[in-house]
Design a binder for this molecule. Sequence first.
Ligand code: NCD
Ligand code: ZN
Length: 346
Amino acid sequence: MTETLTLRRPDDWHLHLRDGAMLAGVLPETARHFARAIIMPNLVPPVVTGAQAAGYRDRILAALPEGMTFEPLMTLYLTEETDPADVAAAAESKLVKAVKLYPAGATTNSASGVQDFDKVQGVLDQMAEIGLPLCVHGEVTDPAVDIFDREAVFIERVLDPVRRATPGLRVVMEHITTADGIDYVKSQDDMGGTITAHHLVINRNHILVGGIHPHYYCLPVAKREEHRQALVAAATSGDPHFFLGTDSAPHTDANKQSACGCAGCFTATNTMSVLAEVFEREDALDRLEGFTSLHGPAFYRLPANEDRITLEKGEPVSYPSHIAIGEGPVTVFDPGFPLHWRVVEA
Ligand code: NCD
Ligand code: ZN
Protein backbone atom coordinates (compact mmCIF):
# COMPACT_ATOMS: atom_id res chain seq x y z
CA MET A 1 0.00 0.00 0.00
CA THR A 2 1.27 3.48 -0.85
CA GLU A 3 2.12 5.58 2.14
CA THR A 4 0.72 9.08 2.04
CA LEU A 5 0.81 12.05 4.35
CA THR A 6 -1.72 14.88 4.24
CA LEU A 7 -0.90 18.18 5.92
CA ARG A 8 -2.39 21.60 6.14
CA ARG A 9 -0.69 23.61 3.42
CA PRO A 10 2.68 24.80 4.76
CA ASP A 11 4.02 28.35 5.07
CA ASP A 12 7.62 29.56 4.90
CA TRP A 13 8.48 31.99 7.71
CA HIS A 14 11.73 33.25 6.13
CA LEU A 15 12.21 33.53 2.37
CA HIS A 16 14.34 35.51 -0.08
CA LEU A 17 12.58 36.15 -3.39
CA ARG A 18 14.81 38.97 -4.74
CA ASP A 19 13.44 41.10 -7.59
CA GLY A 20 13.22 41.24 -11.40
CA ALA A 21 14.22 38.10 -13.35
CA MET A 22 15.32 36.23 -10.21
CA LEU A 23 11.94 36.87 -8.55
CA ALA A 24 10.10 35.63 -11.63
CA GLY A 25 12.25 32.49 -11.74
CA VAL A 26 12.12 31.45 -8.08
CA LEU A 27 8.61 32.49 -7.04
CA PRO A 28 6.83 29.47 -8.64
CA GLU A 29 9.21 27.13 -6.76
CA THR A 30 7.80 28.42 -3.46
CA ALA A 31 4.20 29.03 -4.55
CA ARG A 32 3.85 25.43 -5.78
CA HIS A 33 3.81 24.13 -2.19
CA PHE A 34 3.58 27.08 0.21
CA ALA A 35 0.56 29.31 0.84
CA ARG A 36 2.40 32.22 2.43
CA ALA A 37 5.91 33.35 3.20
CA ILE A 38 7.60 36.03 5.27
CA ILE A 39 9.49 37.94 2.59
CA MET A 40 12.96 39.17 3.46
CA PRO A 41 13.56 42.87 2.74
CA ASN A 42 17.30 42.74 1.91
CA LEU A 43 17.01 44.03 -1.64
CA VAL A 44 19.41 46.64 -2.99
CA PRO A 45 18.33 49.19 -1.85
CA PRO A 46 16.53 47.56 1.10
CA VAL A 47 12.77 47.64 1.72
CA VAL A 48 12.68 50.16 4.57
CA THR A 49 9.36 52.02 4.38
CA GLY A 50 5.75 50.93 4.17
CA ALA A 51 5.55 52.45 0.69
CA GLN A 52 8.53 50.39 -0.47
CA ALA A 53 6.99 47.22 0.99
CA ALA A 54 3.71 47.92 -0.85
CA GLY A 55 5.62 48.34 -4.13
CA TYR A 56 7.58 45.13 -3.54
CA ARG A 57 4.41 43.18 -2.69
CA ASP A 58 2.85 44.38 -5.97
CA ARG A 59 5.91 43.23 -7.94
CA ILE A 60 5.75 39.80 -6.26
CA LEU A 61 2.05 39.40 -7.06
CA ALA A 62 2.65 40.57 -10.65
CA ALA A 63 5.36 37.88 -11.03
CA LEU A 64 3.04 35.08 -9.86
CA PRO A 65 2.13 32.78 -12.79
CA GLU A 66 -1.58 32.51 -13.75
CA GLY A 67 -3.40 29.90 -11.75
CA MET A 68 -1.06 29.97 -8.74
CA THR A 69 -2.00 31.52 -5.42
CA PHE A 70 0.46 32.87 -2.88
CA GLU A 71 0.36 35.49 -0.15
CA PRO A 72 3.56 37.44 0.49
CA LEU A 73 3.82 38.54 4.14
CA MET A 74 5.91 41.67 3.96
CA THR A 75 8.66 42.85 6.31
CA LEU A 76 10.51 46.12 6.79
CA TYR A 77 14.29 46.34 7.02
CA LEU A 78 15.17 48.07 10.30
CA THR A 79 17.62 50.95 9.93
CA GLU A 80 18.79 53.58 12.39
CA GLU A 81 16.54 56.04 10.52
CA THR A 82 13.35 53.92 10.58
CA ASP A 83 10.32 55.99 11.57
CA PRO A 84 8.18 54.34 14.29
CA ALA A 85 5.02 55.98 12.89
CA ASP A 86 5.64 54.50 9.42
CA VAL A 87 6.12 51.03 10.96
CA ALA A 88 2.92 51.38 12.99
CA ALA A 89 0.92 52.50 9.94
CA ALA A 90 2.27 49.63 7.80
CA ALA A 91 1.35 47.12 10.51
CA GLU A 92 -2.05 48.69 11.12
CA SER A 93 -2.93 48.39 7.41
CA LYS A 94 -1.98 44.66 7.61
CA LEU A 95 0.64 45.16 4.88
CA VAL A 96 3.60 44.38 7.12
CA LYS A 97 3.84 41.35 9.43
CA ALA A 98 7.30 41.85 10.96
CA VAL A 99 10.39 44.05 11.07
CA LYS A 100 13.77 42.53 10.25
CA LEU A 101 16.92 43.28 12.19
CA TYR A 102 20.22 42.74 10.44
CA PRO A 103 23.26 43.71 12.47
CA ALA A 104 25.19 45.96 10.03
CA GLY A 105 27.47 43.84 7.83
CA ALA A 106 26.24 40.45 9.10
CA THR A 107 25.23 38.98 5.74
CA THR A 108 24.20 39.59 2.10
CA ASN A 109 22.96 43.17 1.60
CA SER A 110 23.05 44.11 5.27
CA ALA A 111 25.14 47.28 4.97
CA SER A 112 22.20 49.46 6.08
CA GLY A 113 21.59 47.37 9.20
CA VAL A 114 21.77 48.47 12.81
CA GLN A 115 25.00 49.42 14.58
CA ASP A 116 23.75 51.55 17.48
CA PHE A 117 20.75 49.92 19.17
CA ASP A 118 19.88 53.10 21.08
CA LYS A 119 18.86 54.60 17.75
CA VAL A 120 16.16 51.95 17.17
CA GLN A 121 14.77 51.80 20.71
CA GLY A 122 11.80 53.99 19.73
CA VAL A 123 10.83 51.61 16.93
CA LEU A 124 11.23 48.56 19.18
CA ASP A 125 9.06 50.15 21.87
CA GLN A 126 6.39 50.89 19.29
CA MET A 127 6.54 47.28 18.04
CA ALA A 128 6.22 45.89 21.56
CA GLU A 129 3.14 48.05 22.06
CA ILE A 130 1.38 46.86 18.92
CA GLY A 131 2.63 43.26 19.09
CA LEU A 132 4.56 43.40 15.79
CA PRO A 133 7.30 40.72 15.77
CA LEU A 134 10.98 41.49 15.30
CA CYS A 135 12.81 38.93 13.14
CA VAL A 136 16.50 38.82 13.95
CA HIS A 137 19.52 37.67 12.02
CA GLY A 138 21.32 36.47 15.12
CA GLU A 139 25.02 36.94 14.49
CA VAL A 140 27.44 39.50 15.87
CA THR A 141 29.71 41.17 13.33
CA ASP A 142 32.68 41.86 15.63
CA PRO A 143 35.71 40.77 13.57
CA ALA A 144 37.29 39.44 16.77
CA VAL A 145 34.54 36.82 17.15
CA ASP A 146 35.08 33.54 15.32
CA ILE A 147 32.43 32.98 12.63
CA PHE A 148 31.36 29.70 14.25
CA ASP A 149 30.72 31.50 17.58
CA ARG A 150 28.83 34.50 16.21
CA GLU A 151 25.34 33.17 16.93
CA ALA A 152 26.05 32.16 20.52
CA VAL A 153 27.76 35.50 21.23
CA PHE A 154 24.84 37.40 19.66
CA ILE A 155 22.45 35.94 22.25
CA GLU A 156 24.39 37.29 25.17
CA ARG A 157 25.65 40.56 23.68
CA VAL A 158 22.64 41.68 21.64
CA LEU A 159 19.50 39.56 21.81
CA ASP A 160 19.11 39.26 25.54
CA PRO A 161 19.92 42.97 26.24
CA VAL A 162 17.52 44.13 23.48
CA ARG A 163 14.72 41.97 24.89
CA ARG A 164 15.37 43.19 28.45
CA ALA A 165 15.32 46.81 27.23
CA THR A 166 12.01 46.23 25.44
CA PRO A 167 9.53 44.34 27.61
CA GLY A 168 6.81 42.66 25.60
CA LEU A 169 8.76 42.66 22.33
CA ARG A 170 7.96 39.50 20.39
CA VAL A 171 11.09 38.14 18.69
CA VAL A 172 11.80 35.41 16.15
CA MET A 173 15.36 34.13 16.23
CA GLU A 174 15.77 33.19 12.61
CA HIS A 175 17.63 30.31 11.00
CA ILE A 176 18.92 28.92 14.30
CA THR A 177 22.13 26.93 13.81
CA THR A 178 23.28 26.16 17.36
CA ALA A 179 22.18 24.29 20.47
CA ASP A 180 22.71 27.65 22.26
CA GLY A 181 20.04 29.26 20.05
CA ILE A 182 17.63 26.37 20.60
CA ASP A 183 18.08 26.45 24.39
CA TYR A 184 17.59 30.20 24.57
CA VAL A 185 14.41 30.28 22.46
CA LYS A 186 12.93 27.26 24.23
CA SER A 187 13.21 29.00 27.58
CA GLN A 188 11.38 32.20 26.54
CA ASP A 189 7.64 32.83 26.39
CA ASP A 190 7.42 35.54 23.77
CA MET A 191 9.86 34.05 21.29
CA GLY A 192 9.77 31.86 18.22
CA GLY A 193 12.64 30.30 16.31
CA THR A 194 12.85 29.32 12.68
CA ILE A 195 14.92 26.41 11.41
CA THR A 196 15.87 25.79 7.77
CA ALA A 197 15.71 22.46 5.95
CA HIS A 198 19.40 22.63 5.02
CA HIS A 199 20.59 23.15 8.61
CA LEU A 200 18.73 19.95 9.54
CA VAL A 201 20.86 18.13 6.95
CA ILE A 202 24.36 19.59 6.77
CA ASN A 203 27.07 20.30 9.30
CA ARG A 204 30.30 22.21 8.69
CA ASN A 205 32.08 19.16 7.30
CA HIS A 206 29.71 19.18 4.33
CA ILE A 207 31.04 22.62 3.40
CA LEU A 208 34.74 21.98 3.88
CA VAL A 209 35.71 18.29 3.67
CA GLY A 210 36.98 16.88 0.35
CA GLY A 211 37.07 20.31 -1.32
CA ILE A 212 35.07 23.47 -0.76
CA HIS A 213 31.36 23.13 -1.50
CA PRO A 214 30.03 26.61 -2.24
CA HIS A 215 26.39 25.52 -2.50
CA TYR A 216 26.46 24.52 1.18
CA TYR A 217 27.78 27.92 2.26
CA CYS A 218 25.16 30.14 3.84
CA LEU A 219 24.83 32.43 6.83
CA PRO A 220 24.66 31.63 9.62
CA VAL A 221 27.19 29.02 8.52
CA ALA A 222 26.41 25.38 9.42
CA LYS A 223 28.05 24.34 12.70
CA ARG A 224 29.32 21.09 14.26
CA GLU A 225 27.32 17.85 14.04
CA GLU A 226 26.17 18.12 17.68
CA HIS A 227 24.46 21.41 16.80
CA ARG A 228 22.74 19.88 13.76
CA GLN A 229 21.44 17.15 16.06
CA ALA A 230 20.06 19.77 18.46
CA LEU A 231 18.22 21.42 15.55
CA VAL A 232 16.72 18.10 14.44
CA ALA A 233 15.64 17.35 18.00
CA ALA A 234 13.96 20.77 18.33
CA ALA A 235 12.25 20.69 14.92
CA THR A 236 10.87 17.19 15.44
CA SER A 237 9.96 17.68 19.12
CA GLY A 238 6.55 19.24 18.56
CA ASP A 239 7.62 22.30 20.62
CA PRO A 240 5.55 25.21 19.23
CA HIS A 241 8.48 27.66 19.62
CA PHE A 242 9.99 26.17 16.46
CA PHE A 243 8.77 26.44 12.89
CA LEU A 244 9.99 26.29 9.31
CA GLY A 245 11.76 29.27 7.76
CA THR A 246 13.59 27.94 4.73
CA ASP A 247 15.90 30.94 4.24
CA SER A 248 15.87 29.80 0.62
CA ALA A 249 18.34 32.36 -0.74
CA PRO A 250 18.98 32.16 -4.50
CA HIS A 251 22.23 33.37 -6.03
CA THR A 252 23.38 32.54 -9.55
CA ASP A 253 26.05 29.86 -9.86
CA ALA A 254 28.46 32.53 -11.12
CA ASN A 255 27.99 34.43 -7.86
CA LYS A 256 28.30 31.31 -5.67
CA GLN A 257 31.24 29.69 -7.46
CA SER A 258 33.67 32.55 -7.25
CA ALA A 259 36.75 33.62 -5.29
CA CYS A 260 34.35 35.41 -2.92
CA GLY A 261 31.15 33.39 -3.24
CA CYS A 262 27.80 34.61 -1.92
CA ALA A 263 26.12 33.04 1.12
CA GLY A 264 22.81 31.27 0.60
CA CYS A 265 21.29 27.84 -0.13
CA PHE A 266 18.41 27.60 -2.61
CA THR A 267 15.98 25.10 -1.12
CA ALA A 268 12.50 26.24 -2.19
CA THR A 269 12.15 23.46 -4.77
CA ASN A 270 12.67 20.41 -2.56
CA THR A 271 12.17 21.60 1.04
CA MET A 272 9.04 19.52 1.67
CA SER A 273 10.71 16.32 0.41
CA VAL A 274 13.82 16.98 2.49
CA LEU A 275 11.77 17.64 5.63
CA ALA A 276 9.65 14.52 5.19
CA GLU A 277 12.83 12.44 4.93
CA VAL A 278 14.37 14.06 8.03
CA PHE A 279 11.18 13.70 10.10
CA GLU A 280 10.66 10.10 8.98
CA ARG A 281 14.17 9.16 10.11
CA GLU A 282 13.28 10.53 13.55
CA ASP A 283 9.99 8.64 13.51
CA ALA A 284 8.28 12.04 13.77
CA LEU A 285 6.21 12.33 10.58
CA ASP A 286 3.19 13.04 12.79
CA ARG A 287 4.95 16.25 13.94
CA LEU A 288 5.78 17.59 10.48
CA GLU A 289 2.49 19.47 10.17
CA GLY A 290 3.12 21.35 13.41
CA PHE A 291 6.54 22.46 12.17
CA THR A 292 5.50 23.45 8.63
CA SER A 293 1.89 24.54 9.03
CA LEU A 294 0.75 25.24 12.62
CA HIS A 295 3.41 26.70 14.92
CA GLY A 296 4.29 29.59 12.58
CA PRO A 297 0.73 30.89 12.14
CA ALA A 298 0.17 30.56 15.89
CA PHE A 299 3.23 32.72 16.64
CA TYR A 300 2.26 35.31 14.01
CA ARG A 301 -1.36 35.26 15.23
CA LEU A 302 -2.67 34.28 11.81
CA PRO A 303 -5.07 31.45 10.99
CA ALA A 304 -3.54 28.18 9.82
CA ASN A 305 -4.24 27.38 6.15
CA GLU A 306 -7.46 25.51 5.54
CA ASP A 307 -6.42 23.63 2.41
CA ARG A 308 -4.17 20.58 2.40
CA ILE A 309 -1.24 19.12 0.50
CA THR A 310 -0.50 15.43 0.16
CA LEU A 311 2.90 13.77 0.05
CA GLU A 312 3.41 10.23 -1.19
CA LYS A 313 6.29 7.87 -0.51
CA GLY A 314 7.82 5.89 -3.35
CA GLU A 315 10.89 5.53 -5.58
CA PRO A 316 13.46 8.32 -5.11
CA VAL A 317 12.26 11.63 -6.57
CA SER A 318 14.54 13.43 -8.97
CA TYR A 319 14.61 17.17 -8.72
CA PRO A 320 16.32 19.39 -11.28
CA SER A 321 19.89 20.20 -10.26
CA HIS A 322 19.38 23.79 -11.44
CA ILE A 323 16.62 26.30 -12.03
CA ALA A 324 17.10 28.36 -15.19
CA ILE A 325 16.85 32.06 -14.41
CA GLY A 326 17.33 35.00 -16.78
CA GLU A 327 20.48 36.02 -14.92
CA GLY A 328 21.97 32.48 -15.05
CA PRO A 329 21.37 29.07 -13.44
CA VAL A 330 20.65 28.68 -9.70
CA THR A 331 21.68 25.38 -8.10
CA VAL A 332 19.01 23.53 -6.12
CA PHE A 333 20.12 22.29 -2.67
CA ASP A 334 21.40 18.69 -2.81
CA PRO A 335 20.74 16.97 0.53
CA GLY A 336 23.18 14.21 -0.37
CA PHE A 337 20.68 11.38 0.19
CA PRO A 338 17.73 10.05 -1.82
CA LEU A 339 14.35 11.73 -1.28
CA HIS A 340 11.41 9.32 -1.24
CA TRP A 341 8.54 11.69 -0.44
CA ARG A 342 7.03 13.83 -3.18
CA VAL A 343 4.20 16.33 -3.06
CA VAL A 344 1.47 14.79 -5.22
CA GLU A 345 -1.42 17.15 -4.58
CA ALA A 346 -0.78 20.76 -3.86
C1 NCD B 1 20.84 35.46 2.67
C2 NCD B 1 20.79 36.14 1.31
O1 NCD B 1 21.43 35.64 0.38
O2 NCD B 1 20.09 37.15 1.16
N1 NCD B 1 21.94 34.55 2.69
C3 NCD B 1 22.08 33.48 3.51
O3 NCD B 1 23.14 32.86 3.50
N2 NCD B 1 21.11 33.09 4.29
C4 NCD B 1 20.92 36.48 3.74
C5 NCD B 1 20.64 35.93 5.09
O4 NCD B 1 19.51 35.58 5.42
O5 NCD B 1 21.59 35.86 5.89
ZN1 ZN C 1 17.77 34.87 5.10
